[in-house]
Structures are given as C-alpha cells and as structure tokens.
Design a protein around this ligand. Sequence first.
Ligand code: PLP
Length: 548
Amino acid sequence: MPSHTASQRYLSTRGGSYDLSFEDVVLKGLASDGGLFIPEDVPTLPSDWASSWQDLSFEDLAFELFSLYISPSEIPSEDLKDIIRRSYSTFRTKDVTPIVTLDEKRNIHLLELFHGPTYAFKDVALQFLGNLFEYFLVRRNQGKEGPDREHLTVIGATSGDTGSAAIYGLRGKKDVSVFIMHPKGKISPIQEAQMTSVTDANVHNLAVEGTFDDCQDIVKALFADPEINKDLKLAAVNSINWARILAQITYYFHSYFALIRRHSFLPGSTIRFVVPTGNFGDILAGYFAKRMGLPVQKLVIATNENDILHRFWETGRYEKHQVYGQEAKGGEPGDGVLAHESGVKETLSPAMDILVSSNFERLLWFLAYDVYSTNSDALSLRLAQAGDHVKRWLDALKAQGGFSVDEKIMEAARRDFKSYRVSDKETLATITEVFSKISPGYVLDPHSAIGVRAALWSAEDKEAKPPMGHHIALSTAHPAKFINAVQDALANEKEYSWDKVEPQAFKELADLPKRVMYVEKGAGWEGVRKIVLKEVQEEIAAVAKAKN
Ligand SMILES: *Cc1c(COP(=O)(O)O)cnc(C)c1O
C-alpha cells in the first residue's frame, strides 16, 4: 500500500509518541511533553510528480501535497478540496503566490507571498488553519445541541503580524472565538487598524496597557490556568502549529514549477531558496519540500541582527545572548536598542525579532535522526533516540542558555542549509539598491530585503553562481506594512512616492468602524480571564438565540 493512503501519525520531537491524528495535532498545537509534532514518516513524492504536477494551479498542487499527509479517511478529498478553495479565494492574485524576476543577470527571483488579506506571508497558512479549525469543530458538533457543543477559544499575543493574520483567518468561523492581545499603542498603526477594523462577533481585540512580553505572559498564564481550561477549550495558532508548516510547503513547489517554465532556466540549473527567517517556520516548510524530493540545492537562512540561527551555522552552538548594550552606543538608527527585557533586539524587520527560533527544534530532531540512528535498530527505537537527543539539547538551552552539537550534526546541517546575517543598515541599502538599480521602481519591505541581500551574497558562491545558479528569495510582506524602513531607504529617490506604494485598502482603513477592548495595567491575567469567559458565553448565547 502506498504510504499516503495509510493514515499518517504524529510524534513529539521530545520523544513522546501518542498515536495522534492530524486533527489531534492541529487542535492541540503542542505535545504534552513540551515538544513539537512531526509526522512519523515524511512522504515521498509520486514517481511522476515532475510531469503530472507541473501545470497545476496553486490550489490543485496544495491538494496533491496535503493529500500525502492527510488521508481521505480523516478528511474526505472533496472536503479537503473545498477547504483549500475557500482558503485561497481570499487572495488578490489568481496565482496566489506569483514569482517575479528581480535580477535577470544574476537569476534572482522573488516569490511574492503577500497577496492575502493582511498583505503578509502568514496569510498562506492562517487562511487554511482557520478553515480547518471550523471544519473540525462543525464536524464534532453535528447533531449536538446546547452545552454539548464544542467551542474553540483561540488566544494569542501579537506585536503585529501573527495577530492580524490570525484574525483574518478566523473571522466569522463557526464554533470558534479568537482573542488577540496587543500592547496598546506599541504596534504599527496599519497593523492596529487592520486588526481592530474586523468587527465580526467572534473576534476580540484586547489592547493591553503594557509591553508585548506582558501580553505573552497573560497568554501563558491562561493556558496554565485550570479554571479557564475547565470551561473553555483553548487553542493557539502560533507558528509551531503543524498545519501552518504544511500549508507553507505548497509555494516551494509552485514557485519551482513557475521557475523551470522560464526561458532563462537551462537544463542542469540549480535552485536555492532564500528565506528571511525568525521562528524557522517558513524555511522549515522548504526543508520538508526538500526532504520529500523537491530538487533544491540549498535552503538559505537570512536572519536580521537577532541571529541565533546564523551563529549556530557558524559555530555549532545554539545560544541566547544579550550583548546589545555596547552596540547601542554607536547611535545608528535602529541599532542596538533593547526592545524587550528578554534581550531581543528591535530591528527594522520586527517580525523576525526573536531570541530563540521555536520551530528549529523540528530540524534538530531530523538532524539527530539522520546522524545518530543506525539502520539495525528498530524504527520505534530510532524515533525515540532522536527524541532523547532533542530533549537533552532543549533542556540545556533552558538551564544553561545554550548547547553545542558535534561536527557530524553540523555537517548534516550544512548539507541542506547556508546562512547569512543582514544588519539594519544593509537592509536599508538593499531596499535602495533594488529600487534604484537592480529592478528599477520595485519596492521591497525590510523583511524581503533581508532575503534579497542574502540571495545576492549567495549568488557569488561558486556552487550557486549564474548562469546555472538560480535563487528564489521569499518576499514575506507588502512594503506598505513597514512605512518607516521604506521611507528611510527611499526618501531621496526621485521616482519614489509613498502614495504609489500604499494600497487603496490601507487608505480606507482609517475610516472603518473599529472594535477593541482596553485592558488596564492593574487587570492582570485574571482580568483578562474574566473578559474571555464573559465574551465567549455571550457569543454562544447569541448564536443559540439566532438558531431558535
Ligand atoms: C513571521 C514573518 C517572518 C518570519 O517567518 P518565520 O516563519 O518566523 O521564520 C518574516 N517576515 C514576515 C513579514 C513575517 O511576518
């Protein structure tokens, strides 16, 4: 029996094996042992994939790929097709994620992932996740009335990007409520307006007096609170949710096919994907694509100055560090400023400002499995051994702030990946250079600029040089979401005007009605608990009343 017709099971990166289904892992998010879920078996591509998939639409390709992970006994094919169709009908381009060529001579292409409702790449995953949540809940609630009905309450904190994409993914979904906390007055006006102008009854924006870390602490306290968990079924939509990784695999395949159709693509050419990386979710999807069999020469990690991943690839040591105080004296704009007490540095690419990369744990599991497992051991033993290694590393990260891996692991890591760090200064210079020279008139957002900068460096690497070497840099946000960096980089360019960059939809946001609740400093997490319980009760009562 081909593996993809059997039902895929999932295990934890820390060794636990719970025999969970796709539905279980999507609704749970995190494994009970604190690990992340990975499929027991990464499916291989059907032997005729290259020819039979080459002309598929984004939606049809997504269906073929997801079907390798989700068996029809879990989600019947027609239902899965319908979920996919609805998820991507909200995108503004037919191609969903089109590619454009930025630099003909150096074969640098840009994969535009920002054509969804919030103008950032997280839409690709969260539009799908929102529909999945609704599908599972509605199915569980078939024929149930009143208190027997299951209701899902999604709670999250955001400094901008994830929150708006989650809200647009979950708005109006049946049997699901969403509460997103943001630090009041501390997120960009566009992102605030994007979130608070969503007035669906199941969407609750909470503006919290405090910092982003305060918001996150409230989320953690609620997930750990027995009282709220007694009444509500809580869920998270953060980047460790397996369905988000799965959804992101599609655009690696889609852009691969789009690229090989171009005249400039000669037989024998190589492809590197370059990914602006924070929590390692986006690039991890590329790793799955490669592991499944997509011919990718290397995946290139592009970090900003929060560079824990880059340092790992340089030194073999994964370590949090907090040495920004000294640099702050240099006085460069955006340089060396401590944004959070946790030691994260505030950069021009805030969606990549992380201290540790949450999805990196999944790669560690595969590295340990490939390097340390011997074929003579039983499969179950090999799976568990990899989990033991990951657990030891993560325990050391927690206790000592870091851990080192040996040369064999680094060899494996370097086989598939390469890494670059891009400073704020280089980010701005790249926006300017692309606009004025490389692709006149094209405006990059600062996150995408980090990818393009790394692609330009990587294209000098002898294994990846043009004309045979091609680079696809992932463009993760529309430039209008990050006005400060774009203005800084382009203010002196004659051809540049903000008016042309800003989409009409953004201009209209200011005048839309808004819905937001304020959480005062003294309210604490118990205050938020009260709000959540009351709002969910009212919502359920209103839905029941409308039915009768
Ligand atoms: C979230 C985000 C990223 C980083 O993605 P990861 O999956 O966390 O690596 C990059 N750019 C933008 C605009 C984002 O919103």
